[in-house]
Design a protein around this ligand. Structure first.
Ligand SMILES: Nc1ncnc2c1ncn2[C@@H]1O[C@H](COP(=O)(O)OP(=O)(O)OP(=O)(O)O)[C@@H](O)[C@H]1O
Length: 327
């Protein structure tokens, strides 16, 4: 649905050149929620703004829904952008218009007749759970409600892709949760492909099927969350399940194990203890549900004759469990 290849964007100021995006390749499949995670300044906003050509890349290709955006002139681009909705951290609503007026705005620009427009606006506000606030002005709405208006407006032209620029960063945790659930629901109900950028691990945990980590304009790891978790040394795994600096346990061998899918709910710990006659203690970690997938990471302290041999590791690995030395 979205194919980004060799993307590069350089900002030139009088004093310096900054490669905000420095050779990014990314593929977002149709119907998935894809999160790009990174710290401030990593280049996430620039990357996202290149996807709908709000920023013209210096190099690389952006193909959305089969259309190569780089090859389009202004009018073609305007049409292509209707297929790409966008929501923003600070909502970007017009303060002088009601919720309904804000949602109607892109439809007016498209030239939709008034009666049809009114019907579509009603439908959109209903879709985001704001049917009863149509006449309210942004100043009268909570942050979560404003973002719901933003989402309704972004969906007005029936886009196939939604870009989310830190859509929940200005919201409290509970409201963040409800907006993320709404995005997930829209993704499922409308088959909407969502590419979001965020600095919050919680966003990736709650709704992303796939994720990428960005540092200094480059993607350092990317792929389906379930696959990334099982990749040795993955930063994503450490971010979702931080285990901290290992504290030695006297007479025990420490192992960090990552489990995804059925293994996360299996009896692998007691099985390990029985099979190798070990004493097994869990000294850190947890198990969670990530966008519908069960996953966990535990730090185990093994004691017993077989603890320091390779046998427990080999057994865990043969069951599809990632085993790493704590560090
Ligand atoms: N218009 C611009 N002119 C010059 N430099 C820019 C411009 N926009 C961004 N940059 C620089 O490009 C780099 C990436 O910025 P970008 O905003 O894309 O990162 P980000 O990961 O989205 O961070 P944030 O969450 O803080 O916005 C930064 O070093 C930033 O200072």
């Amino acid at each position: 649905m979205i194919q980004i290849t060799g993307l590069r964007k350089v900002y030139r100021t009088r004093r310096a050149e900054v490669a905000a995006v420095d050779g990014v390749d990314l593929t977002v499949a149709k119907g998935e929620v894809y999160g790009v995670l990174g710290r401030s300044g990593a280049g996430k906003s620039t990357l996202l703004r290149c996807v709908n050509m709000l920023e013209r890349p210096d190099a690389g290709r952006i193909v959305v829904d089969g259309v190569d955006l780089g090859g389009l002139r202004e009018d073609g681009l305007r049409k292509a952008r209707q297929r790409i909705g966008m929501i923003h951290q600070h909502f970007a609503l017009l303060g002088s218009r009601t919720a309904a007026g804000n949602v109607a705005f892109p439809l007016e620009i498209m030239g939709m007749p008034r009666a049809e427009r009114a019907e579509r606006v009603r439908e959109l506000l209903d879709l985001v759970g704001l049917a009863n606030r149509a006449g309210a002005y942004p100043a009268q709405l909570s942050g979560g409600q404003k973002q719901r208006v933003g989402i309704a407006r972004a969906l007005a032209a029936r886009p196939t892709v939604l870009l989310s620029d830190e859509a929940t960063s200005a919201l409290d945790p509970e409201t963040t949760g409800s907006i993320l659930d709404l995005l997930r629901d829209l993704n499922r109900r409308l088959g909407l492909t969502i590419l979001l950028i965020t600095h919050e691990m919680e966003v990736v945990k709650r709704i992303c099927d796939s994720a990428a980590i960005m540092h200094d304009g480059r993607i350092t790891e990317s792929g389906p969350v379930a696959d990334l978790l099982l990749r040795p040394g993955a930063e994503l795994t450490r971010g979702i399940f931080p285990l901290g600096v290992p504290t030695p346990v006297k007479g025990a061998t420490l192992l960090d194990v990552t489990v995804v899918g059925a293994a996360a709910d299996s009896n692998f710990v007691s099985d390990l203890a029985r099979r190798f006659d070990l004493d097994v203690r869990i000294v850190g970690g947890g198990v969670e549900t990530l966008a519908g997938t069960r996953a966990g990471r535990l730090r185990l302290a093994l004691s017993g004759a077989a603890a320091a041999t390779g046998a427990p590791r080999e057994h865990l690995a043969s069951a599809g469990i990632l085993v790493e030395d704590p560090r």
